[in-house]
Write a protein that binds this ligand. Structure first.
Ligand code: NAP
Length: 277
């Protein structure tokens, strides 16, 4: 057993230099006056299992996992939460004292926490949700919307079979809508989520017609570079409540920080400023 009095944690990905997590964890370690370190670790696919199996003996109490390893770590872990299994990916590993590696996925938690913080009146009962995109992030978003009790989810994706695969995984609460009809589903929606990478710096814009959006609809974008995407700017002009994607990134880190460093951190204006500064 290694000394865990100065816990080590970190984030594994490839590449990893762009990750905001080290800055975030450094901010919280300082704010809450905790001992410990959080280290970015570039890891190649072929080395993933060796690295993960070695970290606990070096004093690591856990780590976050990002692209491209989120799916593969689930196979390496000894145990996984139901939500990680349902989503088919993990972003948080806990190295237990009994030597077992426990995988969790906190993206959905981060998504819902961000939604509630950005739109305090938001509740699952406000009406159907419309989700654009059917990639890895969409799986976490849909799982979390269903978990909190949203009854109806319209899902659209450029590649329709991927949306249909998610419908098969999540069941009858999900209705697949053709990508060319995406604008129509917004008329029904009380919550709209962009989970595609469209609108991100260096990517094409999301060009779904937004004229159907109702005033007061809660609209959120998972993209956070830029913070205010064109999609969010147009939704704001249409009188919607808009929430950027940075909050999801910050909130998804909360359970890991609490577990590894012993205090539940706040996602507040100082946290955002520390990351953006
Ligand atoms: P992914 O698995 O690669 O999925 C990408 C999605 O974008 C797919 O639905 C894809 O559609 C769609 N897409 C890409 N290019 C497109 C185009 N030209 N036209 C139409 N659709 C297009 O990626 P992901 O992991 O789900 O991440 C998606 C976005 O969410 C990224 O920008 C990522 O940074 C962001 N994200 C943010 C957070 C956060 O904490 N805020 C967390 C996770 C992800 P096809 O299936 O047709 O290719």
């Amino acid at each position: 057993m290694t000394d865990r009095s100065i816990p080590l944690a970190g984030v594994i990905g490839n590449p990893i230099s762009h990750s905001k997590s080290p800055k975030l964890f450094r901010h919280w370690l300082k704010t809450y006056n905790r001992s410990g370190y959080y280290i970015p670790m570039p890891v190649q696919e072929g080395d993933l299992e060796t690295v993960i199996r070695t970290l606990p003996s070096m004093g690591f109490v856990g780590c976050n996992v990002t692209i491209p390893h989120k799916v593969d770590v689930l196979q390496i872990a000894d145990l996984a939460t139901d939500r990680a299994t349902l989503i088919g990916a993990a972003n948080t590993l806990i190295f237990r004292r009994d030597g077992k590696i426990h995988a969790d996925n906190t993206d959905g938690y981060g998504f819902i926490a961000n939604l509630k913080q950005g739109a305090p009146g938001w509740a699952p009962s406000i009406g159907p949700a419309a989700v654009l995109g059917a990639g890895g992030a969409a799986r976490a978003v849909i799982a979390s919307l269903i978990e909190v009790g949203v009854q109806e989810i319209y899902l659209t994706n450029r590649t329709r079979p991927k949306a249909e695969a998610l419908q098969s995984a999540f069941g009858t609460k999900v209705t697949v809508v053709d990508w060319v009809q995406a604008g129509n589903m917004l008329e029904e929606a009380a919550t709209v989520v962009n989970t595609t990478s469209l609108g991100m710096q260096g990517q094409p814009e999301l060009r779904v017609p937004l004229d159907g959006l109702r005033r007061g609809t809660v609209v959120t974008d998972l993209v956070y570079t830029p913070l205010k995407t064109r999609f969010l700017a147009e939704a704001e002009e249409a009188g919607c409540i808009t929430i950027d994607g940075l909050g999801m990134l910050l909130h998804q880190a909360v359970p890991g920080f609490e577990r590894w460093f012993g205090v539940r951190p706040e996602v507040d204006v100082d946290t955002r400023a520390a990351i953006l500064g």
